[in-house]
Write a protein that binds this ligand. Structure first.
Ligand SMILES: [Cu+2]
Length: 145
């Protein structure tokens, strides 16, 4: 009998801990501002600012019907606004109170192998994939030079 109560206590503590991990994540809210696209030759560099409330999350993928390949990228060193010295990135962390700034010279999203040429003023639909929050749809306008 005493053994059973100890076991029940252990199970309850386990459930409690599990709820602590699952609980707060579901309340997170993602807010995307100022999405735009800058063309660098044949590569479209996607810029925006992502804010999150109520918990952190990870942006791990991007997709768009406008391109055969969409990915996360990070400029190496300070490639001031350009698109040289690029590396592929796997995830971008988004934390409350710390806006994730995506820009050509730093962390950004990019579209390669575009299905058609993008011109200034065109709108491109993108889907951002977050680990906890799921897919988030964004429309980005191609900026002129
Ligand atoms: Cu890039």
């Amino acid at each position: 009998m005493l053994k059973n109560i100890t076991m029940l206590k252990r199970i309850l503590i386990g459930v409690g801990l599990a709820m602590m991990f699952v609980g707060p994540a579901a309340a997170a809210k993602i807010n995307v501002t100022d999405p735009k696209i800058e063309m660098h030759g044949q590569v479209a560099s996607v810029e925006m600012v992502i804010n999150i409330e109520g918990g952190s999350d990870k942006l791990y993928a991007v997709k768009s019907k406008a391109a055969k390949k969409a990915m996360l990228g990070a400029a190496k060193g300070d490639a001031a606004g350009g698109h040289g010295g690029m590396g592929a990135a796997t995830v971008f962390m988004v934390m409350p109170g710390k806006p994730l700034v995506l820009e050509a010279g730093g962390k950004h999203l990019m579209l390669r192998h575009l299905k058609k040429e993008l011109k200034p003023g065109d709108t491109v639909k993108l889907t951002l994939f977050f680990e906890k929050s799921g897919p988030v749809k964004v429309k980005a306008k191609v900026s002129g030079h």
